[in-house]
Design a protein around this ligand. Structure first.
Ligand code: SF4
Length: 359
């Protein structure tokens, strides 16, 4: 099967719904053309600042407004992060993703601290990724100079369904941050979550949006919702393995050269189910017993799975060269003290402002 530059909604929905054997065959053929099917990247997520987030993402236990068991914790020290990264590296991980529960990055001491973390981890010869919320172009450039390899900013779902799950920012805010990252040497990581009540049309629309970005994202995580008690999505049913396989396979066909990452929700999947996802084109997993705050299979289980399936972990920088870390004093981009205004579409704050203006 050949890949296409442009896909229509109908074509992608038809692809997603194909008989599973045909879909697997098509996706696996493309996967083998662009990737080594026996290599899977092991990545590790570190929550460098947990909980207390002002956003209202309906799936997230870190949102301050929901009553979950997540305890807020301040920013970790560079030493703590380095220690966890070294342990992850020893366990076969070649990529570290640092997540902070922020709405957006604010220039100042905390961001400077994150830049130090990026410099430190890049010197460990690991791919360094961050997910810190919305970013300005200057902030993206500063991360790039620090040696950041990738920036994660998920689209989560389709533009249409996005407003059903988040009201404190818009889809366009999301795309703007991705565009800001694209203006630097940092690679783009952006994907979504299935199982939030969205339709197959929404899944297809999200993949079309990702596939239409020029260039396409280097990395696309596909997450299955982990319903967490205390969040608005606590009652959602777990997605079936077949939905995950179909989503991964469709992503692989639309995004042939991208790393498709099997992300949250792996605890509910058997080795056989994960093997189907790898066959369908997934070529990365997240290791460690926690994915930010939700459970994940432990490293030993994953290594057993690799052995059973004859998989080998991908080495760092196989897909792109290691970025250079520019020392702070040599940097071209400095703290601008930016406090950009992002939208709050249809959020209570916006509605209150409108009400006051109409008085
Ligand atoms: S997903 Fe991120 S932005 Fe949304 S509530 Fe959770 S930590 Fe905040």
């Amino acid at each position: 099967m050949e890949t296409k530059p442009k896909w229509t909604q109908e074509e992608v929905v038809a692809l997603y719904n194909k008989p599973i054997m045909d879909l697997l065959y098509d996706a696996a053929s493309i996967h083998r053309k662009y990737h080594d099917p026996n290599k899977v990247q092991v990545s590790t997520l570190i929550s460098i600042k947990t909980g207390g987030c002002p956003e209202d993402c309906a799936y997230c236990p870190q949102a301050a407004r929901y009553h979950t068991n997540v305890k807020s914790e301040g920013l970790m020290s560079v030493e703590q992060v380095k220690e966890q990264a070294l342990a992850a590296k020893a366990g076969g991980s070649s990529r570290i993703c640092m997540g902070a529960a922020w709405r957006n990055v604010k220039d100042g001491p905390e961001f400077d601290h994150v830049l130090d973390m990026v410099r430190t981890l890049n010197r460990l010869d690991m791919e360094v990724c961050c997910t810190l919320g919305m970013l300005t172009e200057n902030q993206a450039q500063r991360l790039s100079e620090a040696g950041l390899y990738a920036y994660n900013h998920n689209l989560d779902s389709s533009a249409d369904y996005y407003k059903e799950i988040i009201s404190t920012r818009s889809y366009d805010d999301r795309l703007q941050t991705i565009e800001n990252v694209r203006k630097t040497n940092i690679t783009v990581c952006s994907g979504g979550i299935i199982g939030m009540g969205e339709s197959i049309d929404d899944r297809a629309a999200m993949l079309i949006t990702l596939a239409s970005l020029i260039p396409q994202p280097e990395s696309v995580p596909i997450n299955a919702l982990v319903p967490v008690s205390g969040t608005p999505m606590e009652v959602m049913e777990t997605v079936s393995i077949w939905e995950m396989v179909r989503m991964v396979a469709t992503a692989r066909i639309l995004l042939p050269t991208t790393q498709v990452r099997l992300s949250a929700g792996r605890t509910n999947m058997s080795t056989e189910g994960q093997a189907l996802c790898f066959f369908a084109g997934a070529n990365s997993i997240f290791s460690g017993d926690k994915l930010l705050t939700t459970p994940n299979p432990d490293v030993n289980e994953d290594m057993d799975m690799f052995q059973t399936l004859g998989l080998v972990p991908q080495q760092p920088f196989e897909k792109r060269n290691q970025p250079e870390t520019i020392a702070t004093e040599m940097a071209h981009y400095h703290d601008l003290g930016e406090r950009p205004k992002w939208s709050r579409p249809e959020h209570k704050i916006q509605r209150n402002i409108a009400k006051q203006q109409n008085k």
